[in-house]
Design a protein around this ligand. Structure first.
Ligand code: NAD
Length: 479
């Protein structure tokens, strides 16, 4: 049985699409069609933006509710999502190959947590009165930035959606969401939850489509802010448009992070955390540490540990609870990853695990480890977005810092050591938006984002809310 939708969630109801065009959804495990949704056209984006604009401009509407009232509405939304949690996890796994155990955590658990976190934050947020240096004082108020265009990728679709819409809605913004065409069935289930929660019409609108539709949304005259997660190339194009329009934009882009193994580390004892930091979600997460930097004095031992890890990963049906790694999202992505494996070989890398396709159907690639990789090899420089690790030797800590920082990206990073204080000192030297010591996890309270080609702006934490607020100073007692 396939899951097929015929209408978009626009203006608080199911609305007919402007065209008959559809987006088919294909399972990456079975290569079979599992559903479809209508494909958004420019007229559908126009309708969604108009609904979001009207909701935002309503003088007694969402933007003008007090924080407590919005927090209550978001708590109801979280409840309705929780009722659909298992179905959401299953839909994501079936669409993009994410192991179901991870989908339960990231895709059904995390969104509700974010709604609660940001709801509580705005329920408690008050104007700040700041004493001035010139005799008076200033009231600092925060107001919602306006209508937000949110564009998300397929790899962790619900968690990334809520990194944007939880703070945006809590702040009082209204949203037009454009999901990626590969993962749409979860977005429509989320829309069902929004409808069941009784979110006011136009506060949230969902129109899926491809990159042209995304570009149309970014440039739309009635959008006040763009929030994008995806590739660095698309991010640059969006930044150009937003630069010309002087439109605020948050960009969460690619990565090529380093896992620096210090000479006192006991990697084998931390192997589950190391797996999560390097190969989670079939290697399809932006912050994964796909460059493993190993001390020359223990190089062979680190290569052996990482090789054993890769060889023992359970690859298979993403809906099975035992599966640690599923297929890549599309045949195109599989081909891209195979191209990088070929480049790794021709640059002189030595394959110690994997290196080939797995299974006879579906877009599976074996967890792959390359030893003898130099920092200038293609696989050490470019984001692969698949289960391919490069183990690179270093001799001194200074050299490890230089290799870790010699990347065009700066999103994640990890340090592995028996001495957490030493790890923290090392973490300060890594040029990146986030670094973990002996593990990596995005906590809702911790700002997340990148530097260099990994983007600009921060999501999560109070900083993630600020991205959806205008700050106004009202000067008191001015003479
Ligand atoms: P992508 O950039 O091709 O697509 C992402 C989304 O943007 C899709 O919805 C797509 O339709 C849309 N899009 C593409 N080009 C656009 C344009 N010019 N204007 C407007 N919208 C456009 O990325 P992808 O291959 O689907 O996703 C993988 C990439 O996302 C990787 O580079 C990964 O590192 C990155 N990513 C980053 C983060 C982060 O938080 N930094 C998180 C997840 C994924």
């Amino acid at each position: 049985m396939t899951i097929d939708y015929t209408d978009f969630y626009i203006g608080g109801r199911w609305a007919s699409p402007a065209t008959n065009s559809i987006i088919p959804v294909i399972s990456p495990s079975t290569e079979e069609r599992i559903g479809s949704v209508p494909d958004g056209a420019q007229a559908d984006i126009d309708a969604a933006v108009a609904a979001a604009r009207a909701a935002f401009d309503d003088p007694t509407g969402w933007a003008h509710w007090d924080g407590k009232r919005r927090a209550e509405a978001l708590a109801t939304f979280a409840d309705k999502l929780a009722e659909r949690g298992e179905e959401t996890a299953a839909r994501v796994s079936t669409q993009n190959g994410m192991p179901i155990s991870l989908a339960r955590q990231f895709e059904s658990g995390f969104p509700a947590l974010l709604l609660q976190y940001y709801g509580t934050m705005v329920a408690d947020q008050e104007d700040e009165i700041r004493p001035g240096m010139l005799g008076g004082s200033t009231v600092i108020t925060r107001s919602p930035i306006g209508v937000v265009g949110a564009i998300v990728p397929w790899n962790v679709p619900q968690a990334i959606t809520f990194l944007k819409i939880a703070p945006a809605l809590a702040a009082g913004c209204t949203v037009v969401l454009k999901p990626a065409p590969e993962t749409v069935l979860d977005a429509f289930l989320m829309a069902e939850a929004a409808l069941a929660a009784g979110l006011p019409p136009g506060v949230l609108n969902v129109v899926p489509g491809g990159r042209e539709l995304g570009a149309y949304l970014v440039a739309h005259p009635s959008i006040d802010k763009v929030s994008f997660t995806g590739s660095t190339g698309a991010g640059r194009a969006i930044a150009r448009t937003c630069g010309e329009l002087l439109r605020p934009v948050t960009l969460e882009l690619g990565g090529k992070s380093a896992a620096v193994v210090l000479d006192d580390a006991n990697l084998a004892d931390n192997i589950e955390s190391f797996f999560s930091a390097t190969l989670l979600n079939n290697g399809q997460i932006c912050w994964l540490c796909t460059r493993v930097l190993a001390p020359a004095s223990r190089y062979d031992e680190v290569v052996d540990t990482v090789t054993d890890l890769a060889k023992n990963i359970t690859v298979g049906d993403p809906l099975s609870a035992a599966t640690q790694m599923g297929p890549l999202v599309t045949a195109r992505q599989r081909d891209r990853v195979e191209g990088y494996i070929a480049a790794g070989r021709s640059d002189g890398g030595r394959v110690t695990a994997g290196g080939a396709r797995a299974g006879d159907r579906g877009w599976f690639v074996e967890p792959t480890v390359f030893a003898d990789v130099a920092p200038d090899h293609t696989i050490a420089k470019e984001e692969i977005f698949g289960p391919v690790l490069s183990v690179i030797p270093y001799t001194t800590e200074d050299e490890a810092v230089a290799i870790a920082n010699g990347s065009d990206y700066g999103l994640g990073g990890t340090v592995w050591t028996a001495d957490p204080e030493r790890g923290a000192r090392f973490a300060h030297r890594i040029a990146s938006g986030t670094v973990g010591i002996n593990g990596y996890a995005n906590d809702p309270t911790a700002p997340f984002g990148g530097i260099k080609n990994s983007g600009m702006g921060r999501e999560l934490g109070p900083e993630g809310l600020s991205g959806y607020q205008n700050i106004k100073s009202i000067y008191l007692d001015v003479r």
